[in-house]
Design a protein around this ligand. Structure first.
Ligand SMILES: Cc1ncc(COP(=O)(O)O)c(C=O)c1O
Length: 377
């Protein structure tokens, strides 16, 4: 069976975890947390905080953007539930934007019509690590004085023009979940572009206390100074993560090789009503995922079933949030909300296995089986 995802282990993880245990500094912000943050700072030049998940990072961003009940937050419907939950937990009203015709990313040209005097933030999701048009989005931010939060869960080591994703808006939320390019089991990171927010981020991440400042010797005791939660990961997680980060270039090379192989071998699908990933000229590709857009929902279901019978696990992705039971129950108008492109990606997008250890002959086998499926249609 070719699994959909298999976590890549560099071999250094266990050594670093053992070392973290020997250091007897198991809670957060010790040697390994600092080493990870420094490693990332050296690559992207921005202040960053490790967290326990991409979800944590989005929740921290929502607190830092001072989202309060009744504020409106604009985001794509084609995304993971955490993108919305993080802001709804602070009382925000979510306004969903449709995806583009050519890409699951949100349509930047449909954002402005949703902006009202209650709009506090736009959450941008770079689907599959392929950038949205950030110049257009930052212009809206300046014009309407609203926060931009980049949900960069998929976007490590990917760029908009020359800028690393997650560093362009006010905040960038990354995920190191096992399914991502760089992993720590569960894990995440919040990048802060707005220097004025760094102090508060430190406090929010440490349960609303000024403990971090206390450990730097800046105050003689620490206490409750603000809202906060337990967003700081343990040193064990950070030790695992450092091993992964140190191998980022190898991991990315392996993923890109597989992505390019799929893309070359599957071009013929364009003649059969399929579409392949679209990468705009301003975006780089970090090979987070490889997808096909099938011609119909029934064909996608048949292809998934066929591949499974042949020992290949392929999966669909997000169900549009505006059509979820939870959102419909909360919002009586949503039954009339139609976001045709988002719904199309929910019905037609199919993801193929992609992980660094996927072998050349496995990629060939998967493509051969897709060819066989098409020939037998
Ligand atoms: C777009 C997006 N945002 C946020 C998350 C949440 O990340 P995590 O699982 O690390 O909490 C995910 C998870 O897959 C995601 O796909």
């Amino acid at each position: 069976m070719i699994k959909f995802n298999r976590p890549y282990i560099t071999g250094q993880e266990i050594k670093y975890i053992e070392d973290a245990i020997k250091r007897l500094e198991l809670s957060g912000d010790g040697y390994y947390t600092k080493a990870c943050s420094k490693f990332i700072y050296n690559r992207i030049g921005k202040h960053n905080f490790l967290t326990n998940s991409g979800t944590d990072s989005l929740e921290m961003a929502a607190i830092l953007a001072e989202i309060s009940p009744g504020d409106e937050v604009i985001m794509p419907s084609f995304t993971f539930v955490s993108t919305a939950n993080a802001f709804m937990l602070r009382g925000a009203v979510i306004k969903f934007v449709d995806s583009q015709v050519n890409s699951p990313n949100m349509d930047e040209n449909q954002i402005e019509e949703l902006i009202t005097d209650k709009t506090k933030a736009i959450v941008v999701v770079h689907y599959g690590g392929i950038s949205c048009d950030m110049d257009k989005i930052m212009k809206l931010s300046i014009k309407h004085n609203i926060y931009i939060i980049e949900d960069a869960a998929h976007s490590i080591d990917s760029f908009y023009k020359d800028k690393p994703l997650g560093t362009i808006g006010h905040f960038g939320a990354f995920s190191f979940h096992s399914t991502k390019n760089i992993i720590s089991g569960e894990g995440g990171m919040l990048v802060i572009n707005d220097e004025k927010k760094i102090n508060r981020a430190e406090i929010i991440r440490e349960k609303g206390t000024n403990r971090t400042s206390f450990f730097r010797g800046e105050t003689d005791k620490y206490g409750w100074v603000d809202l906060g939660s337990s967003f700081l990961p343990s040193e064990i997680i950070a030790a695992f993560l450092l091993a992964q980060l140190e191998s980022i270039d190898i991991i990315q090379q392996k993923r890109l090789k597989i992505w390019n192989e799929y893309n070359n071998r599957l071009q013929f699908l364009l003649d059969y009503g399929y579409k392949l990933p679209f990468i705009p000229s301003y975006a780089t590709n970090n090979a987070h995922l490889f997808y096909l857009i099938c011609p119909s929902l029934s064909e996608r279901t048949e292809l998934i079933d066929f591949l499974l019978k042949e020992g290949i696990k392929a999966v669909f992705h997000y169900q549009s949030l505006h059509n979820s039971n939870f959102y419909k129950k909360l919002n009586k108008f949503s039954s009339s909300l139609s976001l045709v492109n988002s719904e199309r990606y929910s019905d037609l997008l199919l993801r193929l296995p992609l992980f660094p250890d996927l072998k050349d002959d496995e990629v060939k086998y998967i493509c051969d089986k897709i060819t066989e499926f098409i020939n037998n249609r």
